[in-house]
Ligand binder design. Sequence first.
Ligand code: ZN
Length: 258
Amino acid sequence: MIYLGPAGNCAKDTLSSLKKVKESGLGAQEIEFVYGITLSNQRAKEVGELNKKLKLRLSIHAPYYINLAAKEKAKLNRSKHWVITSAERGHYLGADKIVFHPGFFMGRDKDEVFGIIYDNLGDIKDSIKDRGFKIKLAPETTGKHSAFGSLDEILKLSKKLNISYCIDFAHLYARNNGKIDYKEILRKLKEKEVHCHFSGINYGEKGEKNHLNISSNKPNFRELARLLVKKRQNFVIICESPRQYLDCLDMKNIIEKL
Ligand SMILES: [Zn+2]
């Protein structure tokens, strides 16, 4: 089963967006806290109540400015706080996963940064468990070479901490200079329900520049969809292109014609 949905609201607020997503025959939405955690717990509960009827796959994207490998203690503590607060809202929303970009290398050795992120994410996992928030941590594959988040780094982190992950295909394409081997990626994904991001993407020598519409075919969605429909796993695919809602409808069309 494939659940498609937009990254962020496609109507004036979250409640009306979820209704529109449902009416359009889509199955998911990511709630965007990328520029700040804007929803209160109370509001999150209201959205969660509505979604008990709509039964969409909901996820949260935590703020972009999180860095779980920050060198300054104060920044690190704030980053942890933002992940935990996003998890709290997600818990009240009934979201399955909280997606975030783990952190930056800032000139350090890759193994060293892995260790730092591993330790900090372990603390966050404990804290989420202690508070009883039912939501899975899903670090995302990132698009810039300066950021922690290659496919292997994310899968290793997920395995060692027994947490989930988010596969952003556009980011992997940008990291790999416009090449992507979908079969090889999918072979490594063992979760029953895999959370993904998809869009077109512009890239340069530092990696990701900006997201593009699906029609850019950078990377190609049809090729991926053809492989996904044959899988027994579920896939939640959040569209992060500039025209995310309309592209979701186009992606739905592509899948239905396969
Ligand atoms: Zn993404």
